[in-house]
Design a binder for this molecule. Structure first.
Ligand code: UD1
Ligand code: CA
Length: 425
């Protein structure tokens, strides 16, 4: 199996944030999480090493909680990308397989591209493959310098490039595949005698050529995939690109999206054909939406939401960690959290599952059986179960379990005072 090294020690100054750059999120998943998932989803990699530096503890904390095949390795001080990779030498001393190297701040890279990249490395029998991309404006990227016969010569950083080299539009995408056993010795020999005084990872290309090893480039087809995040503007742009990718997939699969301009759907949301997404919905995290559902306008699905077929989640309805079975409607103004809701249920306008006790910080579950009808403006105080077929009258506060087919009503009695208005006038 292949090992990956993900570079994430840089500071990310331009994010102007107390959060480390790679822990910023798109649809509630971290930037580095997207990279790790793309790598893991290739099915070709069994272990990842993340190079951490700036706010290392926070990144390490997150990684240890989230991934069990991923190890953080500290780089301090940060002396360049080549120096960063050399931090894993103690862990891969006896490893003789392949290593792919990526950056932690390029969340748009896809597993398909990584698979193609690795298979190009294999089919060309290369010792070192670098991913390149053709950019109309190559500013700030390392330039791919080729020999007269088109073979790869070296990579030259913008700050070290001659005017002729600066004119080259083929750039280094920052993703590499290397036969570790053969390339590893390079890391002991990198020099920092360049414009930035750094140990450049890119110098391994020249080194490998000097050793007579086989070096190749794989050209990226969709430049968006190496879009790197350096600022909040970049973060917003990447979110938009990812969203468009997701919407296109759903449109192709037969989902109706009335207003793609105002719809946000996370990559980990599955939706079946003939479901309609009305304008201005925000759907984040992992969700599964069945056939013929109607979502929105203005609905908010916050993750771990499972909707079976023919479910309506209407305007100003927020749903989180909740399963809703088929033919159930929650059409207006509700919060449904930590709930299991049966089929054929009607959730009246303004229904709230009170799932959170802010004093104990405990979240509890609401369970609603099939065919239950919840009247408008009711509060279901969890933990609570409303069994099959029960009715909850409008404006009730439910603090006890309600048995099947019962009526639950906590409403204050209605008092009518005849001619009261005329008297007080
Ligand atoms: C690097 C490449 C450049 C390429 C570009 C693609 C080098 C020398 N140059 O340039 O050819 O076109 O990426 O995006 O590699 N990092 C560390 N430790 C360090 C320095 C950097 O972990 O000491 C990490 C950063 O957090 C970042 C990644 O490495 O994730 C790339 O570093 P960055 O400074 O952005 O590289 P560039 O100068 O853009
Ligand atoms: Ca740099």
């Amino acid at each position: 199996m292949i090992k990956s090294i993900i570079l994430a020690a840089g500071k990310g100054t331009r994010m102007k944030s107390e959060t480390p750059k790679v822990l910023h999120t798109i649809f509630d998943k971290t930037l580095v999480g997207y990279v790790i998932d793309a790598v893991n989803n290739t099915g070709l990699v069994d272990e990842n090493f993340i190079i951490v530096g700036h706010q290392a503890e926070r990144v390490e904390d997150y990684i240890n909680k989230t991934y069990n095949n991923t190890k953080c390795v500290l780089q301090s001080p940060q002396l360049g990308t080549g120096h960063a990779v050399s931090m894993v030498l103690p862990y891969l001393n006896n490893f003789d397989g392949e290593v792919i190297i990526l950056c932690g701040d390029t969340p748009l890279i896809t597993e398909d591209t990584l698979k193609e990249f690795i298979s190009s490395h294999h089919s060309k029998n290369s010792d070192l493959t670098v991913m390149s991309a053709m950019f109309e404006d190559p500013t700030n990227y390392g330039r791919i310098i080729r020999n007269d016969d088109d073979t790869l010569n070296s990579i030259v950083e913008e700050k070290d490039a001659t005017p002729a080299q600066k004119a080259v539009k083929e750039v280094n995408a920052g993703i590499y595949c290397l036969n570790w056993g053969k390339i590893m010795p390079a890391f002991g020999q990198l020099k920092s005698n360049n414009a930035q005084g750094e140990y450049y990872l890119t110098d391994i290309i020249k080194w490998a050529n000097e050793q007579g090893l086989k070096v190749d480039a794989y050209t990226l087809k969709n430049n968006d995939e190496i879009f790197g995040i350096n600022s909040k503007t970049h973060l917003a742009e990447a979110t938009k690109i990812l969203n468009q990718r997701v919407l296109q997939k759903h449109l192709d699969n037969g989902v109706t999206i009335i207003s793609p301009e105002s719809t946000w759907i996370s990559p980990e949301t599955e939706i079946e054909a003939d479901t309609v997404i009305y304008p201005s919905c925000y759907i984040t995290g992992k969700n599964k939406i069945g056939k013929n559902c109607k979502i929105g306008p203005f609905a908010h699905l916050r993750g771990d939401v499972i909707l079976e077929n023919n479910v309506k989640v209407g305007n100003f309805v927020e749903v989180k960690k909740t399963t809703i079975k088929s033919n159930t409607n929650a059409c207006h103004l509700s919060y449904l959290g930590d709930s299991e809701i049966g089929s054929g249920v009607n959730i009246g306008a303004g229904t709230i599952t009170a799932n959170y006790n802010p004093l104990t910080k405990v979240k509890s579950k609401t369970i609603i059986g099939n065919e239950v009808k919840i009247g408008s403006n009711s509060v279901l105080v969890a933990p609570v179960t409303i069994e099959e077929g029960a009715n909850v009258a409008a404006l009730s506060v439910i603090t006890k379990n309600i048995p099947s087919w019962a009526l639950a009503i906590t409403r204050a009695p209605l008092k009518i005072v005849e001619n009261w208005v005329k008297r007080v006038k």
